[in-house]
Design a protein around this ligand. Structure first.
Ligand code: UT7
Length: 329
């Protein structure tokens, strides 16, 4: 019997209207367009403005557009995996909030927090529910309102991040297309280099934590860079080796967009030329869980049935991983 794979059958994304340019950042912190461009590849990022709006408010248009493309109703969704590091609230899960907002009355769901590797973790998790036959329609969403946890006085961190959200639908496929393999890794000792100090159970919010600016993302950029550049490249190469894939056979590398230099190192390690690498970091910056689905949505029209895609990410935790995917439409 042909194995059932979990195939992406629709993709869509949303970014908010407001554009924060390098020029505007120059007026906020001691930085300049040339430094940001050469060190990261970022030119601008989108920011969600508006009182009371959270990550789910970017997911609503992303998912509604996806359902329209696929021609199905929200009631047909069985499971929502919402990959995010900036949930609307500590609880309930943003997956629950989204289900209510879009009318996914028959879905259960949960949030998945693996920082920048969240979408890779989520895709692999969602695929299991399809492969086992448990569900036929699984939504995997990757989105973050990073501006809600960014310190716009910290020039090393604030220049990188932006807001955005993307979503994919997973459905069963018996043509040998879809998620073929994944490698997921973590090393919690890396938490010292990238984390949010307060607001969790170990250090609940207080006047003191707010005064100490401990509710913002803290990153030791150079240390994270060193781990990211080797691990993301290694895991992408490892999944190719394990599946006997040559660089020629890879149609696209879909890398997490944290820094153009990390993306280039990953492509070099895989032996894949720049024409096969999805890069939109210049427009969106690092949207954390949003980067990979934002790429898939942007390149959707260029993807062909049967194309081999390698997705790769690295992020806080540390977490990292890679997914080998065959495009199904
Ligand atoms: O997505 C999740 C995982 N996160 C990542 O993968 C991010 C990984 N890290 C990075 O992308 C980079 O480390 C950064 C973009 C955060 C920083 O780039 P860098 O090349 O590692 O810079 P650096 O921290 O080594 O700083 C170099 C210099 C320093 O000045 P001195 O000490 O050489 O005089 C910094 O103070 O650049 C200075 N600098 C800046 N200058 C202008 C740091 N930030 C800025 C800035 N504008 N925004």
């Amino acid at each position: 019997m042909q194995k059932i794979h979990a195939a992406i059958t629709a993709v869509n994304a949303y970014v908010p209207d407001y554009i924060l340019t390098n020029k505007e950042l120059e007026s906020m912190v001691d930085t300049n367009d040339e430094w940001i461009t050469t060190r990261t590849g970022i030119k601008e990022r989108h920011i969600l403005k508006g009182e009371g709006l959270g990550t789910s408010d970017m997911a609503v248009p992303a998912v509604e557009g996806l359902l329209k493309k696929r021609g199905i109703s929200a009631e047909e969704i069985e499971l929502i995996i919402f990959c995010t590091t900036t949930p609307d609230m500590p609880f309930p899960a943003t997956a629950n909030i989204l289900a209510d907002k879009i009318g996914a009355k028959n879905a259960w769901g949960f949030d998945l927090n693996a920082a920048c590797s969240g979408f890779i973790y989520g895709l692999s998790t969602g695929a299991q529910f399809i492969e086992t036959g448990k569900h036929k329609k699984v939504l995997v969403i990757g989105g973050d309102k990073m501006s809600s946890i960014i310190d716009y006085e910290d020039r090393q961190t604030c220049i990188i991040f932006g807001d955005g959200c993307g979503a994919v639908l997973l459905e069963p496929n018996s043509e040998n297309l879809g998620v073929m393999d994944s490698i997921l890794k973590s090393d919690g000792s890396g938490r010292v280099y990238l984390h949010q100090k307060a607001g969790g159970s170990a250090k609940p919010a207080s006047h003191a934590t707010v005064d100490a600016r401990e509710h913002f993302a803290y990153q030791e950029g150079q240390a994270v860079f060193k781990f990211a550049v080797t691990n993301m490249a290694d895991v992408a190469a490892e999944i190719m080796e394990r599946n006997h894939l040559t660089a020629d056979e890879v149609a696209w590398l879909v890398p997490h967009q944290a820094n153009k230099r990390i993306i280039d190192a990953t492509a070099n390690r895989m032996g894949v030329g720049p024409e096969k690498v999805m890069v939109n970091i210049e427009k969106y910056g690092n949207t954390t869980n949003g980067t990979i689905p934002l790429c898939l949505a942007e390149w959707e029209s260029q993807l062909k049935k049967g194309d081999t895609l390698i997705l790769a990410a690295f992020g806080g935790g540390f977490t990292w991983g890679s997914v080998y995917l065959k495009w199904a439409y």
